[in-house]
Ligand binder design. Structure first.
Ligand code: URP
Ligand code: ZN
Ligand code: ZN
Length: 500
């Protein structure tokens, strides 16, 4: 019997801390050897002329997420109807992820107001188990009543779900400051990271009302309804309250320098806050929402609507700078698939003439994440290869506590992307291999492309052909965080997190 199941030979291995030309020996789904030459293997995968990267770890993906309406600004007290807003299934999302070199994800278990966590978790566990990606969950907390925080959160933590997700905007998901504080305190007590969508709900509503009253309803006014100050204020508040409680948070989808600077300032004070950004803030602008098309007319801009809004070219340059400084240390996709062309569903849930307020926010990006970041970042000289690996794999795995993921090292899962750094590809929706009817990156030329993806040693994508059995993805239970101290004296001098 051969010593290894598979040897990946002749590639340049990028670890995030330098590159080395070596072979990789894989057995039982794990990396068991890194050596100059490995010959004794059942099969050989030639990586000559290619980079070998850790499989992408995308820790912010909305997949098959049943929700009440879309992620819209919708009117207070008038929540939209109940639908599964993401048209993507775990099977189609897995296919798309593998096509783009990503091998594991963290996605979102919903909570609907007035309900507990566990019934929806049971349903979501079943959905996720049908896919091929390895996965973990963030638990959305949309209604933090005592039974949820005191009884259910410890139960989900016992299952290895160690991050809670909260929204400071969106109807009906947004939390008040007091509710957010309660979540922070519960998270600290039970050892969870809190991830936060930072935008000011009241400010967005006020601007939205004014825009709609003036008859300014088109998709482009989405950006007008939520300028950077709205994000900066909520980021500041989210951090300040987390600092008060001494609870680590990750600020999701940072789109602008003003918000990133709030994070940088807090990091300098020693606050445990991390910042994530996404390709849409590096490759799209608010002007994209001003597009028209023969197919979708004036509605075409809806394809680019996400929150926070894409900004300007100048802002993109500042976000790159905050990446280079290390303030933003994770790049996720925030994949959130709503098709454009289905009347009564997806982006058209409220109809083709819907005002921007009622158009679901979110864009698909699972497959595009690595190619865009590699091309716009590494190929264009904005970041180095090490940074790319850390932003897309090592840092998200470390921050979320996913041992065995995001690393090319002996003992790690053999999750790999074999990458042609010189290949030029024009992005099309077909290449994304998702279930959504468009990609916001249609026509973008990228330099650098995945030619094979391995998940736990199995070749699941080669030359664009995805082959993986549904139901083979594994749940990734997460161990306790080293940087969360659930009990004891707080850094800011208080004795313990007081009950609110
Ligand atoms: O517009 C976005 N980002 N939609 C997805 C939900 C969220 O806010 O993360
Ligand atoms: Zn969000
Ligand atoms: Zn999101």
């Amino acid at each position: 019997m051969a010593e290894y199941d598979l040897a990946v030979r002749g590639g340049v291995v990028a670890t995030g801390f330098g590159t080395t030309r070596c072979d990789i020996g894989i057995k039982g789904g794990r990396i068991v050897a890194l050596a100059e030459r490995i010959t004794d293997a059942e099969s050989i995968l030639d990586a000559g002329g290619l980079l070998v990267l850790p499989g992408g770890v995308d820790t912010h993906c909305h997949i098959e997420e049943p929700a009440r309406g879309g992620y819209t600004s919708a009117q207070e007290g008038a929540p939209p109807p109940e639908v599964t807003v993401q048209e993507e299934s775990f099977v189609s999302a897995s296919t798309s992820a593998f096509a783009g070199g990503t091998t594991s994800v963290v996605c979102f278990v919903p909570q609907w107001k007035g309900e507990g966590l566990l019934p929806r978790l049971a349903d979501y566990e079943q959905r996720a188990a049908r896919g091929m990606l390895d996965y973990s969950f963030h638990q959305i907390i949309a209604d933090p009543f005592p039974g949820v925080l005191e009884e259910e959160v410890p139960q989900i933590v016992a299952k290895g779900i160690r991050s809670l997700k909260v929204f400071l905007t969106y109807e009906p998901l947004h939390l008040s400051d007091e509710q957010y504080l309660r979540v922070l305190i519960a998270a600290r007590r039970h050892g969870c990271l809190v991830t936060v969508h930072c935008e000011n709900y009241a400010a967005i509503n006020w601007r939205t009302e004014a825009l709609l009253k003036a008859g300014l309803t088109a998709p482009k006014y989405h950006a007008w309804s939520r300028p950077p100050v709205v994000e900066r204020e909520a980021t500041h508040r989210a951090i300040a309250l987390a600092e008060l409680v001494d609870q680590p948070i990750q600020v999701f989808h940072v789109s602008c320098a003003e918000a990133a600077e709030e994070i940088a300032r807090a990091q300098h004070r020693g606050v445990k806050v991390w910042g994530e950004t996404c390709p849409q803030y590096l490759a799209l602008t608010a002007e994209d929402m001003d597009r028209s098309s023969p197919e979708h007319g004036g509605f075409a801009g809806a394809a680019f609507m996400c929150s926070p809004s894409p900004r300007s070219r100048e802002e993109q340059a500042k976000v790159w700078e905050m990446i280079r400084r290390g303030t933003l240390d994770v790049v996720s996709s925030d994949h959130c698939g709503f098709s454009m062309g289905k009347p009564g569903a997806g982006k058209q849930a409220s109809g083709r003439d819907a005002a921007f307020r009622d158009i679901p926010n979110g864009i698909p990006g699972l497959a595009a994440r690595l190619p865009i970041l590699f091309s716009e970042g590494v190929s264009k000289g904005r970041i180095g290869l090490d940074e790319f690996v850390r932003l897309t794999a090592s840092n998200p795995a470390r921050l979320m506590g996913l041992p065995g993921k995001g690393a090319i090292a002996v003992g790690a899962d053999a999750d790999l992307a074999l990458w042609d750094p010189a290949k030029k590809v024009v992005l099309t929706n077909a290449l994304m291999q998702h279930a959504i009817d468009y990609t916001p990156y249609e026509g973008l030329e990228v330099t650098g492309w995945p030619v094979a993806t391995l998940r736990r040693g199995a070749v699941v994508m080669r030359d664009g052909v995805v082959q993986a059995e549904p139901g083979t993805g594994r749940f990734l239970p997460r161990p306790p965080y080293a940087y969360i101290r659930p009990h004891g004296v707080l850094a800011n001098g208080f004795d313990a997190a007081p009950p609110l």
